[in-house]
Design a protein around this ligand. Sequence first.
Ligand code: GLY
Length: 420
Amino acid sequence: MKKLFFKSLLLAVIVYASGFIALDKTTISRTFELAGQQYSQLLNIATDMKKYPRTADPNGKTSYAGIEDWTGGFWPGCLWRVYEYSKDEKWKAAAIKWTESLEKNQYNTAHHDIGFMMYCSYGNAYRITGNPAYKDILIQSAKSLITRFNPKVGAIKSWEVFHSWDGKHTYNYPVIIDNMMNLELLFFASKASGDSRYRDVAIKHAETTLKNHYRPDFSSYHVICYDPETGKVLSKETAQGFSDNSAWARGQAWGLYGYTMVYRETRDKKFLKAALKMADFYINNKNLPSDHIPYWDFNVDQQGYKPNWNYNPKRFENPPRDASAAAITSSALIELSTYTSGDTRKRLFDMAESILSSLSTKAYQAEPGTNGLFLLKHSVGSIPHNGEIDVPLVYADYYFLEALLRYQQLKNNPDKPLFP
Ligand code: GLY
């Protein structure tokens, strides 16, 4: 008996010293409790419905973005996630209020981000409430998004313009890897409207992106610039990554999540194969730290990777991590694992579990009342633009909460599909 006690004590000490946290019901409920505490305070101070919580300033105070910013849908999305977990009507009321504040974005054709803005807000709202008005708003949003599709290119234009970091080139048909995330809105719109046009655009975009954005090792370029007249690729560069040929961690995550979702919607094996290769790139990467939270780019400071932006190699002792990339990756890996079996399924799920365990430690989770009232610390917006470095980001919280809900659902019901 005594021996067993000391053995358990030793194990507890080792586990504590390694910072590992078992991802059990208690850990998950503690995280949602913290989300409840942080977001309750945030709801109290975020009273201007035109300002969407996004990150924290250097003093740890919440900072906000306007309705035209790509991140507006994540705040209502976080509120929907907390409602899904807690079933407390207070969160539903807040989520509805913030979701509906985004209504006019259904006509936004200025950039590709309408998928993020509307599907993370209205998409969750419709899934949870079934309100038919939300369905119509989502279909109109998809209509707006496909105005940016050019059949010559076979892809949706992300931004109006892209200026190369070398200062010598400007392009007017840039497509970024992040755009894969906007396709979920299009698949939804086809199912909801019976009009296959949205789905056709989504599939074509996914095929074009797979052809032009990915390298043989399934790392991704961030920005591909096309000639809109001929569809020819003019240039392959980065906006937010370390160098044009590097693997920007969040870009890798967007791609992995995007292709997993496109496989869910199409059941086309070429997308599954691609997503599995992207997962391998992450899991087997020799530059992935032992807690499985990536540096902001997989190739920072490596030989053969040369930034064109104003990079100061002495600025950081260690490259900053990007918890947002880890959160997105973990959510994608959980879904991807369900499309596989045996060792592969275990490998993908174990990696997701390990990422979520790390994100559940004090190293990444905020003390109540700090961190701009967000949950996760240590994300990166864009180092080349010198913005949002080692900060909380609302989308890190959003995908973390999503991943925990997916994890819990799968643990409770391993045979029930996440997306029936
Ligand atoms: N879509 C912008 C980003 O991931 O930072």
